[in-house]
Design a protein around this ligand. Structure first.
Ligand code: ATP
Ligand code: MG
Length: 566
């Protein structure tokens, strides 16, 4: 491509509303433009990169027996009602009506649709296993679209679904997909890590997320040298970690006046007690049912874990009015004992951290009062004690129980799920086994954010001058820069361009611009190899070659340039 003809609208100024380096660079290098919040246009240069990501993924999916198809983006309500997700999915699901009033949604994911296809056309175990995938524009009405194409409302995903006759086959195949995802990350040049994750709105029995390691990543992950890795949302907390009951004598309950002191910090200061003595009491609405949740004062509830534990679809902290109704006191004074007599059988779920608190402190369910010397067993009995808290710095690895966990941040680019029969059961999707019995398909599903990968790659590989593409993602493999596009320099550059173009996508900067401008743009666009021809280099019949990721420049015979770039 000749630069003078290419549509690469670069920007000199950094757009002020861009909230991450990758978005800034994608806008500046003319890869994308914003149409509306969370909705982006892919310009030619950006699309080239997107297609490269797509090609890598397609190759790896085909290698493991995947077959590509293409499903609609607009999906009928009826299929989503079969699994109940029409109601469960919440506000992220963009619902629309056609002229006849029939309801549809813009597909955020396609489990229902693929299960419907397979239940119609796959009848026998002989047709299994089956792996189908697609590249598709998904729509999710994200509450806070941000970081450009990384958390957009409309984005490109590769979603794959596999169908198996046995659990064993599904689990073996899961490992194969895991391997393919690792390969994709490697080919994209990522420093990455796969970690255990929660299953969220997709559901299923277990899942892994593929995280590109980046300080700017939205996700927090923990990892251990023993090989354990998990999203903090999922990371297990050890029961023992919070200390065992010391031989402290249980004292009698004591009510204390704590006017306007609503937090662990305030009351702790007033009583000169550590947060470890506190039983933090929270009231949640789990699918509109009220539950009380307890955690030690220095810890926090992990809502993803709590949601999974309660098996609810929606979990929110109760509003002030509900708290007052349940505890009989304003927010800040709730506790597990002395609940108003009107509250009948309120389920109380305690995190393991609460189990060992002796003579603990909590709200008295009375305005401006707290209780001291609360003891589990003697004063209250939780409905259940479980792992409900967020993992904290300093925690031991739950797997090897030896090393301290390392905390880091990542960008989730892929997510694999072992679904089991969640969808096939809900949609009555069965096949006949060898004995002629009807069996539900065992499923897996595997997503990769194609557009998110482009941004993640930039997030991980850039410098102050611009993007640094690795060779497999780069929109052009090389850029040829004539210091001035005329005379002998022009002839030499044209020759190099002709030759290289036979094999690669290369860019020839034939613009009537100063050399400095051309160099700056080449750096901004992040093209891996820069080939410069000047009068000086031509004197020796040479061209100067510089790799974008390195500082050194080398001179090569023009005739040899082709071999070097290869
Ligand atoms: P997240 O936790 O980031 O919202 P998710 O768990 O909702 O992701 P999945 O449903 O597993 O995501 O989707 C598969 C992949 O699609 C993700 O791993 C991610 O790369 C990509 N993805 C999900 N949501 C978005 C989005 N809003 N914008 C861009 N890519 C997305
Ligand atoms: Mg999401």
């Amino acid at each position: 491509m000749r630069y003078s003809k290419a549509f690469i609208p670069t920007l000199k100024e950094t757009p002020s509303d861009a909230d991450t380096i990758s978005l800034k660079l994608m806008l500046r290098a003319g890869l994308i433009r914003k149409l509306s919040a969370g909705i982006y246009e892919w310009l030619p240069l950006g699309l080239k990169v997107l297609k490269n990501v797509e090609r890598i993924i397609r190759e790896e999916m085909d290698k493991i027996g995947g077959q590509e198809l293409l499903l609609p983006a607009i999906l009928p309500k009826e299929l989503w009602e079969e699994t109940g997700r029409w109601n469960i999915y919440g506000k992220e699901l963009c619902r629309i009506k056609d002229r006849a009033g029939r309801e549809f949604c813009l597909g955020p994911t396609h489990e229902e649709i693929i299960t419907d296809i397979v239940r119609r056309d796959v009848r026998s175990y002989k047709q299994l296993p089956l792996m189908l995938y697609q590249f598709q524009t998904k729509f999710r009405d994200e509450i806070r679209p941000r970081f450009g194409v990384m958390r957009a409302k409309e984005f490109l995903m590769k979603d794959a679904y596999s169908f198996h006759a046995t659990e064993e086959d599904a689990e073996n195949y899961y490992k194969i997909v895991y391997g393919a995802y690792s390969k994709i990350c490697e080919r994209c040049g990522f420093k990455f890590r796969a970690v255990e994750a929660t299953t969220g709105a997709i559901g299923g029995s277990f899942s892994d997320e593929f995280m590109v390691i980046a300080d700017t990543g939205e996700e927090e992950i923990v990892s251990c040298e023993c090989g354990y890795g998990a999203n903090v949302e999922k990371a297990e907390c050890l029961k023992q970690e919070v200390g065992s009951r010391k031989s402290e004598v249980e004292k009698p309950l004591e009510e204390i006046h704590t006017p306007d002191m609503k937090t662990v910090k305030d009351v702790g200061k007033f009583l000169n007690e550590k947060p470890e003595k506190f039983i933090k009491t929270l009231i949640y609405l789990a699918d509109e049912k009220t539950v009380m949740v307890l955690v030690r004062g220095d810890c926090e509830i992990n809502e993803a874990k709590l949601k999974g534990f309660l098996k609810c679809n929606e979990l929110v902290l109760a509003d002030a009015q509900t708290v007052e109704k349940i505890s009989g006191a304003p927010v800040g004074f709730a506790g597990p004992i002395r609940l108003p007599s009107t509250v009948y059988r309120l389920p109380i779920f305690a995190d393991y951290s609460v189990e060992n608190i002796i003579n603990g402190i909590s709200g008295a369910n009375k305005k401006d009062y707290h209780l001291k010397n609360i003891n589990i067993g003697r004063d209250y009995k939780p409905t259940e004690i479980a792992d409900l808290r967020k993992i904290k710095k300093g925690a031991l690895c739950p797997r090897c129980k030896k090393h301290e966990l390392k905390f880091s941040r990542g960008i989730e680019v892929g997510h694999t799920f072992k679904l089991g029969t969640k969808y096939s059961q809900a949609m009555n999707a069965t096949f006949l086994d060898e004995k002629g019995q009807k069996i539900f398909f065992i499923m897996g599903c595997y997503g990769i954010g194609v557009s998110r990968i482009v941004a993640a790659a930039i997030e991980q590989s850039h410098d102050e001058s611009g993007i640094i593409w690795n060779e497999s993602l780069a929109p052009y493999k090389a850029i040829i820069i004539p210091i001035s596009y005329e005379g002998k320099i022009k002839d030499a550059c044209d020759r190099i361009y002709e030759k290289l173009s036979q094999k690669y996508d290369v860019l020839l900067d034939d613009r009537d611009e100063r050399a400095g401008v051309k160099f700056k743009d080449a750096d901004l666009l992040g093209i891996p190899v820069r080939i410069t021809v000047s009068e000086k280099t031509l004197k020796e019949n040479k061209a100067e070659i510089k790799e974008r990721s390195k500082n050194s420049v080398n001179l090569f015979d023009i005739e040899k340039v082709l071999d070097i770039v290869i």
